[in-house]
Design a protein around this ligand. Structure first.
Ligand code: AMP
Ligand code: GLY
Length: 430
C-alpha cells in the first residue's frame, strides 16, 4: 500500500513514522516533508504543495489514502478536492475546518449549541472593541479571527495590553492572518483559569474514537513564561483529564460539537482537537477547536499508540455515508510519552535557518527524534524552521521520561538552539 501524508512538521513526521510501521505499507510519501522524512524507513518526500497537483499525483500513483496534517491545506479545501475525485482522505472539509480557521465561527457555533466556552463578543470596529475592553476590564483575552499559526491570541493582563492587541489585530493586521474572509475581526473573551489539556478524537462522519489525552506547553520559557509559541513540548497522558473530566469532555463538548455540526448541515470527518481549560472543580471549557492533531502533542500520542494506524485510517475513510471507526478499538502503551521541542535561534518571531545540526541518535523503541524544521543541504542536516525537532521518549513515569528525553537532547547540537528544561512539570506535581 502507498500512503500520502500532507505537511512537513513534527506531527507529519510522527504520522508517517507510525504509518510506515504497518506491514501493509510499501511507502509513505510526505508532501513536502522535512529532513527526517527524507531518509526514514519506507518514507519519501514529495515536492508538491498545490492541492490540485497533489490530488492528480495521488490518483496517478494509486495512493490508498491521504492524511492531512496541518490546518492550512484543510482550510484551503484539500479534502473537498480529493473527495470530489473519489480519493480516500482523512480530514475535515473546508466548511468543517471553519471550527479552527474562524474564531468567530467557532464561538458562535458553541454559543448556539450550548457548548461550554468563555463568554465573548466579536468586533470588526476598533472603537467598539476598545469600548468593550474598557467595560469588561482586565485580564481579558483578544483573539484574531483567522489562521495565525498560534500567534493570534493575546492574554492581556492589563487594559493597556488589551488595547494594544486590538490595535495590532484590527487596525494594523500585522499578524499576516489568513482565511479571515470579510476583513479583520477579533473575538474578545473572558479570561479563564484552570489547567489546560488537549483532547483529540477521530471522527468518520458518525463514529467517534478518542485518542490518548495530552498536555502541551505553549510558552517559550521554563515556568510557562515568555511569548506563546506553537508548542515547546508535550506529554501523554495528561493526569488532569481524570475519568470524570474525560466523560464530561465527551458528553458536553465533543459529541455536541459533532452532532451540532451535522444539525447545521456540515458532516464532520477527521481529527477534532478541543483545547480544554479545566477548572478546580473538574469542569472543562473549550478554549479553541483545531481540526487536526496537535503539534507537538501528536509525537508523544503516537509513540503510545499500539494499534496499526493504517487499519484505523482505512476504517475511518471507508467510502459511504460514514466510515467504520465503530470497528476500531485503540490500544495504548501504558507508559508515559514525553516530547521536548528544540527550537531555532530567534523562535518564535524570527527563527534563523541554516544552522548545522549534529548528534541526532538513531531511532530506538523508546526514543525517537521527530524532525520539523530540518532540511538536507549539501549532504548536511540544517535548521530550516522555528521548531526544529521534538525529542520524544517512552518511560515508566514522568521523572524517568524527563531524564531520558533530556539525556538525548543534550547530545544534540545546533547553534542558537533553545529548549525548555521543565516539560511535564505539571504532571510531576500531580
Ligand atoms: P487558543 O489558540 O485560542 O487556544 O489560545 C492560545 C492560548 O491562549 C491557550 O492555550 C491558552 O493558554 C490561552 N488562552 C486562550 N483563551 C483563553 C481564555 N479565554 N482564558 C485564558 N487563557 C486563554
Ligand atoms: N500544540 C498546539 C497545537 O497544535 O495547536
Amino acid at each position: 500500500m502507498k500512503i500520502l501524508v500532507i505537511g512537513g512538521g513534527g506531527r507529519e513526521h510522527a504520522l508517517a513514522w507510525k504509518l510506515a510501521q504497518s506491514p501493509k505499507v510499501r511507502k509513505v510519501f510526505v508532501a513536502p516533508g522535512n529532513g527526517g522524512t527524507a531518509s526514514g524507513a519506507r518514507l519519501e518526500n514529495l515536492n508538491i504543495t498545490d492541492v490540485q497537483e497533489l490530488r492528480a499525483w495521488a490518483a496517478s500513483k494509486k495512493i490508498a489514502f491521504t492524511v492531512v496534517g496541518p490546518e492550512a491545506p484543510l482550510a484551503a479545501g484539500v479534502v473537498d478536492e480529493f473527495r470530489k475525485h473519489g480519493l480516500r482522505v482523512f480530514g475535515p472539509t473546508r466548511a468543517a475546518a471553519q471550527l479552527e480557521s474562524s474564531k468567530a465561527f467557532s464561538k458562535a457555533f458553541m454559543k448556539r449549541h450550548g457548548i461550554p466556552t468563555a463568554e465573548y463578543e466579536t468586533f470588526s470596529d476598533p472603537v467598539a472593541a476598545h469600548a468593550y475592553v474598557d467595560k469588561m476590564g482586565a485580564p481579558i483575552v483578544v483573539k484574531a479571527d483567522g489562521l495565525a499559526a498560534g500567534k493570534g491570541v493575546v492574554v492581556a493582563l492589563s487594559l493597556a495590553q488589551a488595547h494594544e492587541a486590538v490595535d495590532f489585530m484590527l487596525v494594523d493586521n500585522t499578524l499576516g492572518v489568513t482565511h479571515n474572509e470579510g476583513g479583520a475581526r477579533v473575538v474578545i473573551e473572558e479570561f479563564l483559569t484552570g489547567e489546560e489539556a488537549s483532547f483529540i478524537v477521530m471522527c468518520d462522519g458518525k463514529n467517534v474514537v478518542t485518542l490518548a489525552t495530552s498536555q502541551d506547553h505553549k510558552r517559550l520559557l521554563d515556568g510557562d513564561e515568555g511569548p506563546n509559541t506553537g508548542g515547546m513540548g508535550a506529554y501523554s497522558p495528561a493526569p488532569v483529564v481524570t475519568p470524570d473530566v474525560h466523560a464530561r469532555a465527551m458528553r458536553e463538548i465533543i459529541l455536541p460539537t459533532i452532532r451540532g455540526m451535522e444539525a447545521d448541515g456540515i458532516v464532520y470527518t477527521g481529527f477534532l482537537y478541543a483545547g480544554l481549560m479545566i477548572d478546580a472543580q473538574g469542569h472543562p471549557k473549550t478554549l479553541e477547536f483545531n481540526c487536526r492533531m496537535g503539534d507537538p502533542e501528536t509525537q508523544p500520542i503516537l509513540m503510545r499508540l499500539k494499534t496499526d494506524l493504517v487499519d484505523v485510517m482505512m476504517a475511518a475513510t471507508e467510502p459511504g455515508p460514514h466510515g467504520r471507526l465503530d470497528t476500531i478499538e485503540l490500544q495504548w502503551d501504558r507508559r508515559i510519552a514525553l516530547g521536548v521541542v528544540m527550537a531555532a535561534h530567534g523562535y518564535p518571531l524570527h527563527p534563523r535557518k541554516g544552522d548545522t545540526i549534529t548528534g541526532i541518535p538513531k531511532i530506538e523503541d523508546d526514543a525517537v527524534v521527530f524532525h520539523a524544521g530540518t532540511a538536507m543541504q549539501d549532504g548536511q542536516l540544517v535548521t530550516s524552521g522555528g521548531r526544529v525537532m521534538c525529542v520524544t521518549v517512552l518511560a515508566d513515569n514522568i521523572k524517568q521520561a524527563q531524564q531520558r528525553a533530556y539525556d538525548v537532547a543534550q547530545g544534540i547540537h545546533f547553534d542558537g538552539m533553545q529548549y525548555r528544561t521543565d516539560i511535564g512539570h505539571l504532571a510531576v506535581k500531580s
